[in-house]
Unconditional design. Structure first.
Lengths: 339, 345
C-alpha cells in the first residue's frame, strides 16, 4: 500500500490513474492509493464476515446474493459518479427509479410484455434525466434544486400511478430472469448487467473525449468553456446518462422484486452519493472514479450482509454503518496523505 | 432522514399535482371496488335522521391506507341517511389539523379521524369534542380519552399473539423447532408491539426457539432484500412470521429465488395477494394474521349510530362503546374465501 504513487493531479482532465496505459503491473503500481485502501477495507470486512459466520458468509450463494443486492444501487451509482464528477448532483435518482418501476409495471404496460416493460422503464428514466438536464443546462437552475424538484414530482407521480398499491409483475420472462435457472455459469443476469454498465462507465469516463470533458467541466467549467467545450450540452448529456442508469436500475429492481411500488428506491440518492464519495469521487467535481464507486457500493452491501447474517438488529446496524463510513474515509485520508 | 422526508412532503402537493395532471389518463390502474366485509349495520337498517360524517385520514400512500379510504366511502354509500365529507389525505400534521378544523366549521354531525400522528392531533380532537362534534378516533390513538368519543382500531400485540399461537400449534410436536421473524419498520412502536406479542405467544411452546429476526421497511424491495439475507443466514428453520403482506411480496420472491420450500410462512395485515397465495396453496405462505382495513367501514357505522343516538345492535347498552379493539384473526386455507373480498392491493 505504500508504493511510490504520483499524487492526484486534480487540475488535468486525465486524472484517473487507471487510465494510464501499460501492463497490469504498472497499472497496479500506479493505482490510486484510495482505491487500494478501499480494497483494504473490503478485505477487512470479508475477514470479519469469514470469521463470524464462516459457513454462511464464505459461500458461493452468498457471493451471488451480495452481488445481486449490489446491482440495482450499483448501476445508479455509476450514473451518479458521472454527475458528481462534473460538479453536479442528482437527488432525484431514487424517485426516478420508483417512477420508472411503477410506470413499467402498470396493467397497461404489462400487456406489451417483456420488451414493453424494459422499454418503458428505460424511457421514463431517460425522460426524467432529460427534464433534469434541460432545467440545469438551459434553464440555469442549480442542480440541487432542479433534481430536488424532480424528486418530489417523480415520487408524487409514482404515488398517483399506483394509488399506493403494489403492482405485481406477471410476465414469466421477467420473473425467470431473477431466478436461479437463468444464472449463467453461476452468474446472475442482474450481476452481468451491473458488470457491463460498470465496464462501459469506466471506459467512457477514462478512455473517451466525453469522459475527459466531464472531468474538465467539473474541474473548472469556465476554463472548459474557453477551451471550446459546450458545457451546457455536456451537462444535459450527463443528467440524461444518470436518468438512463436509473431506468436500467428500475428494470433490475422489477426483475429482483417481481413488482413495482411507489416506495421503491427509497433514499437511493443518499446511498449512491455516499458510495461515490467514499469511492474517491470529489463532491466538488473534477475527479471521479468508477472503480472507487463500485467498491463503495460493494462495501455497503457487504456490511449489510454481514450484519444480517449475524442477526444484528436495525439500531445496531445503523450505528455501526455510520461508524464504518467515518472509519473508511479516515483510513483513506491517512493512506493518501502518508504517501 | 426525517428532514429529507419532510422536505419531500412539503414539495409533494404542488409538484405532484402539476406533474400528475399531464399523465394520469394513460397510466392509472383501474380500481373497481366492491363493498367488502360483514355488511350488517352497527345500529339498524331503518333509515333514521340524516347524518353528515366528516372523514379525515392520512395520505393513502400504501395499500392498507388506500383500503381504509375505500372502506369508508363504500360503507357510507350504503346508507341513504349518511352524507360523507371526505378530505384529501395528508401526512402533514398542520395540513391535517386545517382539514379537520374546516370540517368542524362546516358543523358536520360526527367526525371520523385517522390521524397521521395521533399525539400531534390530540388538540384538534379536543377542539371538535368541545364544539359538540363527537369524534370517532380510528386506529392511531389520540393522547387523551377526552379527545374522542369512541376509539376503534387494530391490535398489533394481538397480531403477534395470533401469529405465534398459529405457528406454535403447527410446530408443537416438533423437537427443537426453529422460527424466524421478518419484522416491519423498526422505527415504529407498532413493530415492537407485534414482536412482543409474537415472543409472548411462542413462550407457551418450550420446544420452539426464535433463532433470527430482521427488520424490513414495509416495502416489497426491503422485504426481498432482508428475506434473501435471512435465508442465507438460516439454512434450516421451520416457520417464518412476516409482519406485513406488502413486504411479503418481496419475501416470497426471495424465497422462490433461493429455491426454498422447507418451512411454513405466516403473513400479516391481509393483502389480496396474500389471500390468493393462501387459497392456491402453491407457496410456503399458509396463513396471514389480520390488521383489517374494514375498521374504517365499522367506524362509519359507529359514527352513524352515534349521529342517530343509537347503540350497537345486539349489545344491551343504549350507546356505542368507548373503545373497540379488533381481533387479529388468522386467515388460512379453511376460511380464506370469507375474507377474500376484504383483501387490499
Amino acid at each position: 500500500m505504500t508504493q511510490p504513487v504520483s499524487p492526484p493531479r486534480d487540475d488535468t482532465p486525465k486524472l484517473s490513474p487507471q487510465a494510464e496505459p501499460g501492463s497490469w503491473r504498472t497499472v497496479a503500481a500506479r493505482a490510486d492509493v484510495r482505491t487500494l485502501s478501499l480494497l483494504g477495507v473490503l478485505a477487512a470486512l470479508i475477514l470479519i464476515g469469514g470469521i463470524t459466520k464462516p459457513e454462511e458468509f464464505l459461500d458461493t450463494r452468498n457471493l451471488q446474493l451480495v452481488l445481486t443486492q449490489a446491482s440495482v444501487i450499483g448501476v445508479v451509482t455509476v450514473g451518479m459518479t458521472f454527475v458528481i464528477t462534473s460538479g453536479g448532483i442528482d437527488l432525484s435518482v431514487g424517485a426516478i427509479v420508483a417512477l420508472a418501476s411503477v410506470w413499467a409495471t402498470t396493467v397497461a404496460t404489462q400487456e406489451y410484455g417483456f420488451a414493453g416493460v424494459l422499454f418503458t422503464a428505460v424511457l421514463v428514466g431517460v425522460g426524467c434525466g432529460l427534464v433534469n438536464g434541460m432545467l440545469i443546462a438551459y434553464g440555469a437552475m442549480v442542480p440541487f434544486i432542479a433534481t430536488l424538484a424532480m424528486l418530489a414530482s417523480a415520487r408524487g407521480l409514482a404515488l398517483q400511478i399506483t394509488d399506493g398499491k403494489t403492482q405485481i409483475v406477471s410476465i414469466e420472462g421477467i420473473l425467470e430472469l431473477g431466478e436461479r435457472d437463468s444464472y449463467v455459469l453461476g452468474v446472475p443476469p442482474l450481476v452481468m448487467v451491473f458488470a457491463v454498465v460498470t465496464i462501459i462507465g469506466w471506459l467512457v469516463l477514462n478512455r473517451t473525449t466525453f469522459g475527459r470533458r466531464t472531468v474538465a467541466v467539473g474541474g473548472n467549467a469556465e476554463a472548459a468553456r474557453l477551451a471550446g467545450i459546450d458545457v451546457r450540452r455536456q451537462r444535459l448529456y450527463l443528467y440524461l446518462l444518470s436518468g438512463l442508469c436509473c431506468g436500467i436500475a428500475a428494470f433490475l429492481l422489477i426483475v429482483l422484486s417481481g413488482s413495482g411500488q411507489n416506495t421503491n428506491g427509497n433514499l437511493y440518492e443518499l446511498d449512491a452519493i455516499a458510495a461515490a464519495i467514499i469511492g474517491g469521487t470529489l463532491l466538488s467535481g473534477g475527479r471521479g472514479t468508477i472503480t472507487g464507486s463500485v467498491l463503495g457500493v460493494l462495501i455497503f452491501t457487504t456490511i449489510t450482509n454481514i450484519f444480517a447474517l449475524n442477526n444484528l438488529q436495525s439500531d445496531v446496524q445503523q450505528i455501526a454503518k455510520g461508524a464504518i463510513i467515518v472509519a473508511a474515509v479516515l483510513v483513506q485520508r491517512r493512506t493518501a496523505s502518508t504517501t | 432522514m426525517p428532514e429529507l422526508t419532510s422536505r419531500r412532503g412539503l414539495l409533494f402537493g404542488t409538484a405532484a399535482v402539476s406533474a400528475g395532471v399531464l399523465l394520469t389518463g394513460c397510466t392509472s390502474n383501474d380500481s373497481s371496488d366492491e363493498p367488502a366485509a360483514n355488511d350488517q349495520p352497527a345500529a339498524d337498517d331503518k333509515p333514521g335522521k340524516q347524518v353528515t360524517i366528516g372523514f379525515a385520514g392520512p395520505q393513502a400512500d400504501h395499500g392498507w391506507l388506500n383500503a381504509i379510504n375505500d372502506n369508508a366511502k363504500n360503507r357510507a354509500k350504503k346508507y341513504k341517511d349518511v352524507t360523507l365529507e371526505i378530505t384529501e389525505g395528508s401526512n402533514d400534521t398542520a395540513a391535517q389539523i386545517g382539514q379537520i378544523e374546516t370540517l368542524i366549521n362546516k358543523k358536520v354531525d360526527v367526525l371520523v379521524v385517522l390521524p397521521a400522528d395521533g399525539k400531534a392531533l390530540t388538540q384538534v380532537g379536543l377542539q371538535a369534542m368541545r364544539a359538540g362534534i363527537p369524534v370517532i378516533n380510528l386506529d392511531r390513538i389520540f393522547n387523551s380519552p377526552q379527545a374522542y368519543r369512541c376509539w376503534i382500531g387494530g391490535d398489533n400485540y394481538g397480531m403477534g399473539l395470533s401469529a405465534g399461537h398459529y405457528i406454535g400449534e403447527k410446530l408443537k410436536d416438533k423437537k427443537n423447532a426453529r422460527v424466524i421473524e421478518l419484522a416491519g419498520l423498526d422505527n415504529l412502536e407498532l413493530t415492537q408491539q407485534r414482536t412482543d406479542g409474537f415472543d409472548a405467544a411462542l413462550k407457551n411452546y418450550p420446544n420452539i426457539k426464535k433463532v433470527a429476526r430482521q427488520a424490513a421497511e414495509f416495502t416489497v424491495e426491503s422485504g426481498q432484500a432482508k428475506m434473501s439475507q435471512l435465508l442465507q443466514a438460516q439454512s434450516k428453520f421451520d416457520a417464518l412470521w412476516n409482519h406485513d403482506d406488502d413486504q411479503g411480496v418481496g419475501a416470497l420472491r426471495a424465497i422462490k429465488q433461493a429455491g426454498r420450500d422447507d418451512f411454513l410462512m405466516v403473513g400479516g395485515a391481509g393483502a389480496l395477494s396474500a389471500f390468493q397465495a393462501i387459497e392456491s396453496d402453491d407457496s410456503v405462505l399458509k396463513a396471514t394474521v389480520l390488521y383489517p382495513p374494514t375498521m374504517a367501514a365499522s367506524a362509519i357505522d359507529l359514527a352513524r349510530a352515534l349521529g342517530q343516538s343509537k347503540g350497537v345492535g345486539g349489545l344491551a347498552e343504549f350507546e356505542i362503546p368507548a373503545s373497540l379493539t379488533l381481533y387479529s384473526a388468522v386467515v388460512d386455507k379453511d376460511n380464506v374465501k370469507q375474507y377474500m373480498s376484504t383483501g387490499f392491493k
